[in-house]
Design a protein around this ligand. Structure first.
Ligand SMILES: Cc1cc2nc3c(=O)[nH]c(=O)nc-3n(C[C@H](O)[C@H](O)[C@H](O)COP(=O)(O)O)c2cc1C
Length: 312
């Protein structure tokens, strides 16, 4: 019997629901699935108090996360595959996932293992995925597949609906805007990845190092978002270091620096983001080669094509 280890961290339950939908075909297909839910120590709150939400920014970006509580993974089970289900915090993997990948136990569990990455976030996963790939490689894992689920509402809409959800816990339709997050249909659709993994494991495909989830629309790369993210991520690195110079996580001393960062974010979202959006569209012919390179880079390893979904 094959065994899969599923590592996840979900605050609202969104990612937990996606993981359950993906894992069901594996569980019913006779594969042993061990679910390990990460728990930060102390726990991050949800919904987030306003300053706590922004106070998580510097350590998320600097990859200096809050530690996790000890894991409860049976030591006598040999896992054939690890599924890492994660979310994005400030263009970086969320702190619990970073802490797991940096921990001695995470490294022990990933060493030499094929790893499937599953991210569910607002829509900016590109920089975080580059970071995750590095962390997985440093932990000794071999990333073989990557699935990305995003909120498909327009980016500017999600700049309102996602923070509202994070800060109030409410993700329902409001002011005529669509509900925040991944839809029930997207969530249910992730069963196709579980089915493909069950079929692949049955023929030992996890041992080949080749992707098992190609042809299933695993990702959709939006090059203009990825380009904007690269600029934002560089700025985030500078801001996170500045805030950390003022104090440690949770200290009042860094609130003035966080307020400056929040003002900066609002100004950027209201000005630079729309201007950049228009400029990138106007310059699209000039940026075509760069956009194609970005698409090639982020479509690896599982791809965006739907060739195996034709008959569905
Ligand atoms: C502190 C924080 C920062 C976030 N930053 C980003 C981000 O940079 N990009 C993004 O696409 N989503 C971002 N999100 C949204 C999360 O990736 C995720 O979609 C949301 O937290 C719901 O996941 P859950 O299953 O943990 O509830 C952020 C969420 C939090 C709490």
């Amino acid at each position: 019997m094959k065994n899969i280890l599923v590592i996840s961290y979900s605050q609202s339950g969104q990612l937990a629901g996606i993981v359950a939908a993906l894992a069901r075909p594996l569980e019913t297909g006779g594969i042993g699935v061990h679910h390990e839910v990460l728990r930060s120590d102390p726990a991050f709150p949800f919904p987030w108090p306003f300053f706590t939400f922004f106070d998580a920014f510097p350590e998320s970006v600097c990859l200096d996360p809050r530690p996790n509580k000890p894991l409860a993974i049976p030591t006598d089970v040999r896992f054939d595959l690890v599924i890492l289900a994660w979310t994005v915090w400030y263009l970086s993997p969320s702190q619990p996932i970073t802490a797991f990948l940096q921990s001695a136990e995470g490294k022990r569990l990933l060493a030499g293992k094929p790893v499937v990455s599953l991210v569910a976030c607002r829509n900016m996963w590109f920089s975080a995925f580059d970071t995750l790939k590095t962390l997985v490689a440093e932990a000794g894992g071999r990333l073989v597949d990557h699935v990305a689920l995003i909120d498909e509402s327009p980016a500017l809409v999600t700049f309102i609906t996602t923070p509202r959800w994070m800060l109030t816990g409410r993700r329902n339709r409001f002011l005529g805007l669509p509900p925040a997050g991944i839809t029930a249909q997207q969530t249910a659709g992730t069963a196709r990845f579980g089915e493909a993994l069950a079929e692949a494991l049955a023929r030992d495909a996890e041992k080949t190092g080749q992707p098992m989830l190609s042809g299933l629309c695993a990702v959709k790369v939006t090059p203009h978002l990825a380009m904007s993210e690269r600029i934002a991520h560089r700025a985030f690195r500078v801001w996170s270091k500045l805030v950390r110079l003022c104090g440690c996580a949770g200290q009042w001393r860094r609130i003035p620096a966080l307020i400056l960062f929040i003002i900066y974010l609002i100004v950027i979202i209201l000005t630079v983001v729309p201007i950049n959006f228009v400029l990138q569209r106007l310059a699209a012919p000039l940026l075509a080669r760069r956009a194609a390179a970005i698409i090639r880079h982020y479509e690896q390893p599982s791809g965006a094509d739907a060739t195996r979904m034709i008959h569905e």
